[in-house]
Design a protein. Sequence first.
Length: 377
Amino acid sequence: MTTDERWSTAPDQPGARSGSAGGSTYRSGSIYGSNASGRGRGDRVDAPDRHDPYRQPDYAPRPRRSGPPRPPGSYGGRPRRRRNRTLQIIIGLMVVGLVAIGAGLKFVPGSPLGTGPRLSSTGDAPTPAVTTPPPPPPPLPFHEAPVNVDTKGFMSWALLDRNTGEIVGSANFTEAKSTTASMIKAWLASDYLRRAGEKGETPSKSRLADLEIMIRDSDNNAATRTYNANGKTASIQRLITMCGLTESKATAGQWSRTYVSARDTVRMGLCIGDGRAAGPTWTPWVLDMMRQVRGIGDFGIRKALPADQSAQVAIKNGWLLRDEDHLWHTSCMAIGKDWVMAVLQRYPPTAGWNTDFEHTRQVCQEVATQLRNPAAG
């Protein structure tokens, strides 16, 4: 092979090397000769055209990917579903942000989404909601006032406000020096009816008739039958416990000798009036019987009120000239819609029975009259 043959490449031999270095081609007819342009040996000529079909690539081609063919819609080796998932995350974050902004606007005063007071159309501060307080209860027909009555012996009184529970009274209204006598009959009826209801029993007509005459006519025999049916002294102990009495005490086997104070008497009246004593079923019946007290027992506190008001007041009074101390023991209890009042006395006899009994009638009514509240009309 000649020198010229070693440094030249035949054009009809595709794939043959052409003596190139660094991308430039050196051509010469002779190693010592010069080309037609007068260039010396080894002179660099212009780089061949990039589309030269005989030019070999000056970089290594990327090997083809082995394995199964790519799924449709994939580019650069990354599936399109990843881009879709990224887009979904971005949209989700935007929705969460909008919800959070809307929730926050609820707490901005004046916001259309807010639940609080809103700004006025002029942009002034919000006007607070106006709440109308409930009207005060009407004044009671009785109130605390000085009481001065002419009587010998012991006398005390108490007045309970059912709206507030406040009890006022005479200086000695906690002293239990007098007995209930027939006043206790309202409790005896209530105790019997409540216990019957707790047992699921309905009192017979004859029993209800017995309770009615015991309250309305102050029948002593009916009281004794009811007292025995209630367990005797146990009934009075239930009164003390259930109604929260603090100064009262029972006398074994004797319902009329239950010692009470004026303060405990209004507590007993409240207990009957609010339904604790007789229970929800029978309380209206007991109060109705007490409003219909008739005959000798209809006297005392409610007589200080006008007739239309007096008819709505439930009462139970007691009176007895006791053999034990030979003193009159009298008691008056009245239950109104918003109040309870009690007047207790113990005094020696001064004349005949009728005169002495009239004295207790007058004292109970006079105390109530002096306690009348002018504001009540």
